[in-house]
Design a protein around this ligand. Structure first.
Ligand code: PGA
Length: 233
């Protein structure tokens, strides 16, 4: 099965550095069985599509739940599709936390993405509190069930306490949680949260890990290319 390496730039590199990173990425040798998806800021999507295709795929960091109309500041799934996106992150913990995105809205976002022929990368993950209270797995399973997902989608398990902190979940925990998710939902499951060039080989070698969602380390060409290279062949 294919392994996914997804780079989420978040709100970074919207300037010349982003364009130069895209140019570097376009020169990388991607082995069969590895799917690299780059999610730059929305304003770079068209340029990124032009620079990265056909070797690398393009993803958006977010999408509107509405098909179009009077929604100031939003970007519709149709617009993302026209810009060349094949994937869209939905429900990233920063969207849930800072923008109050809840289940009903996320269900609509998934629907918009799928109905425009793109694949949602649905992000889930527990806080430390939630992990201590009831355990990560029941929390994450409930988070996914609440979205009533169907059709084609990817899951990204990202413990909230691991995002941008330098902490990662233990390898056993990742394997245990993700193998249950894979079985229950029948979708590929990526791991995310402080993935870097050093820990990626061990994480990517886990059988229940179908790829990684990389934030900070995707901004650095050396680190990101090492992560891509460390994908088991
Ligand atoms: P990080 O971010 O790799 O910087 O922890 C991951 C993410 O937010 O998807």
């Amino acid at each position: 099965m294919e392994k996914y390496i997804v780079g989420n730039w978040k709100m970074n590199l919207g300037d010349g550095r982003g364009l130069s990173l895209l140019k570097h990425l376009a020169t990388l040798k991607i082995f069969p069985g590895v799917r690299v998806v780059v999610c730059p800021p929305a304003l770079l999507l068209r340029e990124a599509h032009h620079t990265l295709s056909p070797g690398l795929a393009l993803g958006a960091q977010d999408v509107s739940a509405h098909p179009g109309g009077a929604f100031t500041g939003e970007i519709s799934a149709a617009m993302l599709k026209a810009a060349g996106c094949q994937y869209v992150l939905v429900g990233h913990s920063e969207r849930r936390l800072y923008h109050g995105e809840g289940e009903a809205l996320l269900r609509e976002k998934v629907r918009q993405v799928q109905s425009h022929g793109m694949t949602p990368i649905v992000c889930v993950g527990e806080t430390l509190e939630e992990k201590k209270q009831g355990g990560a797995l029941p929390f994450v399973t409930a988070q996914i069930r609440a979205l009533a997902l169907s059709g084609s989608y990817l899951l990204a398990y990202e413990p909230r306490w691991a995002i941008g902190t330098g902490l990662t979940a233990g390898l056993h925990d990742i394997q245990d949680i993700q193998s249950v998710l894979k079985e229950q939902f029948g979708a590929p499951v990526l791991y995310g949260g402080s993935v870097n060039a050093e820990n990626a080989p061990d994480i990517l070698a886990l059988p229940a890990v179908d790829g990684v969602l990389v934030g900070g380390a995707s901004l650095d060409i050396e680190a990101f290319s090492k992560i891509i290279e460390s994908t088991p062949k």
